[in-house]
Design a protein around this ligand. Structure first.
Ligand SMILES: [Zn+2]
Length: 458
């Protein structure tokens, strides 16, 4: 193992910058694909510490690739995320105080960006002091929340030269993971009918048809695809009830632990929608957004991260931090007992509930991920997660992850045999399956006019 003291000293000197960036990113929550300020803050952090930067990598305007080191050893990729979620603005107070109309960091990507970026910088500085060959590559990954950015980057070959990928996220437990998460597919469907006074009754009603199509598919889903879950929103469904909308946009996503069964359910969704729309004489257009596999577990890579995490220990919350989180929990989940994981563990059983746009990447490069815990009474993708992510009581978790990832990156640089073991495990798990990404349908609009995507006029 490398000299952890050197890595930890480098990381400690960066810690104030990392914590300042948690707050700075939280102040400028930006929608997926529009993260210009957040990407610039992280790029400047990397450049201050001697990384060379490429911006707009892979045709993704708010992406970047930052490199430091020499190319003749392992290449360690570290993923930074920094997008926010629609409608989840909240002040950093332990109660609801937001408009519900502006973006907010309800998934804590204001932590992931600086924590993972800081880990990469600390690792590169320590590697230079320890004279380790190899390269640290920090990849700025926009638009995770619509499960797109990393798929586009992978399609453009951005991950191809990496030997290991490391990342982190807030969740409900502290520890390294080596277990699958969900595959997902996401699409917008446009139903086109007639615009008329809603009382006329004889026209082709796009909204009613879209509602019927969704209800019909949910029957099909329950009967034929019990392992698949469905979520949807209407993005555009008229302005006032007296005028039937000419166009209705329904954005839907499916989740399942396996890509294959999920895509079968997606085919059934398209067939159901076509049948219902056809019967009503309503036009239907599929606008595919993206699809991705769940994580491929990698115990060899995960155990390295686990071992490094054990050298750091669990998050060091103060009594004041706990008291603040308890107050928030009481507001967000009244009557529920306060529970917060204060230990660390290695998670290699079961399946995680979320989908991630680096799912496909984990099938071509060994990927190891660390989670840090929020209280179980603070729901993710909720105003309370935004509130906590803007308050300093949430910092011990991502700081733990950041320091552990720095140690893991340097461990892989100094131990090419551990890199080889993780790659051998990946080869064995993948077997002769050819891994290709399903090309997203929004590359062009997100590169040229992401605002048009968000205004539902793409
Ligand atoms: Zn997230």
């Amino acid at each position: 193992m490398p000299d952890f003291a050197v890595v930890r000293a480098e990381w400690q000197s960066l810690r104030p910058e990392i914590e300042a960036l948690f707050a700075a990113l939280w102040q400028v929550p930006e929608m997926p694909g529009l993260e210009h300020k957040s990407a610039a803050l992280l790029a400047a952090f990397l450049e201050r510490h001697g990384f060379s930067l490429t911006r707009g990598s892979g045709g993704v305007p708010t992406a970047f690739v930052a490199r430091k080191g020499s190319g003749d050893g392992p290449r360690i990729g570290i993923l930074a995320e920094y997008d926010a979620l629609a409608g989840l603005d909240n002040a950093a107070v332990p109660y609801r105080s937001g408009s519900g109309r502006k973006p907010g960091h309800g998934c804590g990507h204001n932590h992931i960006g600086p924590a993972n970026t800081g880990a990469g910088i600390a690792a590169a500085l320590a590697a230079a002091r320890l004279e380790l060959p190899g390269e640290i590559v920090v990849i700025g990954c926009p638009a995770e929340e619509i499960c797109w950015g990393k798929i586009a980057l992978q399609q453009a070959g951005i991950f191809d030269d990496l030997d290991i990928i490391l990342t982190s996220h807030g969740d409900y437990q502290n520890g390294a993971l080596s277990r699958p998460c969900h595959a997902f597919v996401s699409s917008e469907f446009i139903f086109r009918g007639d615009s008329a006074h809603a009382g006329m009754g004889t026209v082709r009603d796009a909204l009613k048809t879209a509602e019927e199509a969704m209800a019909a598919f949910n029957v099909v889903l329950a009967e034929r695809f019990p392992g698949t879950s469905e979520k949807h929103i209407f993005r555009s469904a008229g302005v006032m009830p007296g005028v039937m909308p000419e166009e209705v946009r329904l954005w839907t996503s499916l989740h399942h632990s396996d890509l294959g069964p999920m895509m079968q359910a997606y085919d059934a969704l398209k067939a159901t929608f076509a049948e219902v729309a056809g019967r009503a004489g309503v036009g239907l257009e599929e606008k595919f957004i993206s699809a991705c596999r769940g994580y491929l577990p990698n115990h060899a890579a995960g155990r390295v991260l686990d071992e490094c995490l054990r050298a750091i220990g669990p998050p060091r919350w103060s009594e004041a931090d706990i008291a603040w989180m308890q107050a928030l929990s009481a507001a967000a989940s009244p009557g529920k007992p306060f529970e917060l994981d204060r230990e660390i563990a290695f998670f290699d059983e079961g399946t995680d509930y979320y989908g991630q746009d680096d799912g496909d990447a984990s099938w071509i490069v060994p990927l190891a991920r660390l989670n840090w815990a929020y209280p179980t009474t603070v729901p993710i993708h909720h105003w309370a997660w935004t509130a906590l992510s803007g308050h300093a009581s949430s910092s011990p978790g991502p700081l733990m992850a950041s320091e552990a990832i720095a140690l893991a990156a340097v461990t892989f640089l100094s131990r090419p045999d551990l890199v080889e073991a993780a790659q051998a495990e990946l080869r064995e798990r993948v077997g002769d399956e050819i891994i290709t990404v399903i090309p997203p349908g929004i590359n062009e609009i997100m590169a040229s006019d992401p605002t048009a995507f968000w205004e539902a006029r793409w």
